[in-house]
Design a protein around this ligand. Sequence first.
Ligand code: MEV
Length: 314
Amino acid sequence: MTESPVVGRGFGHGKVILVGEHAVVYGHAALAVGISTGISVEARAGTGRLQVPAWQLEAAAGDDTPVGRALAAILGRLEAPHLDFVADAQIPSRAGLGSSAALAVAIARAAAAASGRADATDAIDAAVTEAETIFHGDPSGIDAAAAKSGAAGTFTRAAGWRPVPVLQAMTICIGLSGRPRDTAAQVAAVRRLRERLPAAGDVLALLGRLADDAGAALGKGDVDGLGRILDAAHGLLAALRLSSPELEVLVHGARAAGAVGAKLTGAGGGGAVIALAPGHERDVLARWRAAGYEGFRAQIAAAPAGAAGAGGRT
Ligand code: MEV
């Protein structure tokens, strides 16, 4: 499988939701950033097989697994059944960092490039949407948008992805709980809670408002303001029963190590947290490591109005 020449390459960015996960499912805004760490895919002539060595994952288009079904959907949309793919995943799977969307974007881009259709953005978008629906049921689309963009942006179901200006670069720390999260299950749990506790709808609306405020803070370079918003958002997500003992250890550890704000990111229940700790990033990562958790840094790059700001693993 690795012998024949590479006929197409694709990349999908990992993503971090700064504020607004779950709210975005209900039409409210969310603010996210695509980080430069992500998934690279190489395509070669083949029969529709996929290998992701870092995740010990192998699948074949159409096999009875979500990955196999998603792969079949992507290859069908891009009319590219005679390809095999090897993915270099630099982000963990099921950690709240958009790994499934990054993989789908990378495969779709590699398949499109292999058939000389690298600019077939509509077909790539449709393929990624179908794959994400197989993985997550009824995703809002924010993960796919961030995986394609690699920049900071706000997302709503109605308006899609809009890049947001970032006045000054910021470093965020990402901490991994080690407990895999299940997006579809967490989204379903919030839906059930909303039916039984109507005030949960108000909490979701408030999270959307905080996402708008966070976008404004990025535009002004207001790091302290953004930190306070992250803390408030974490409290609201915990009120929706989306936190966990591990996530609380990570969030409180980050604050004790000097973070101006910290919260869970993504679907919750497990997965990852983010912390904003200007000048204290090393302390935060050391505190997490001492408690048995892995972490790394990513940049939100400065981006003037109208331009994009990508992130980077350091
Ligand atoms: C998952 O990364 C984000 C959620 O809001 C689900 C979605 O938007 O589809 C939890």
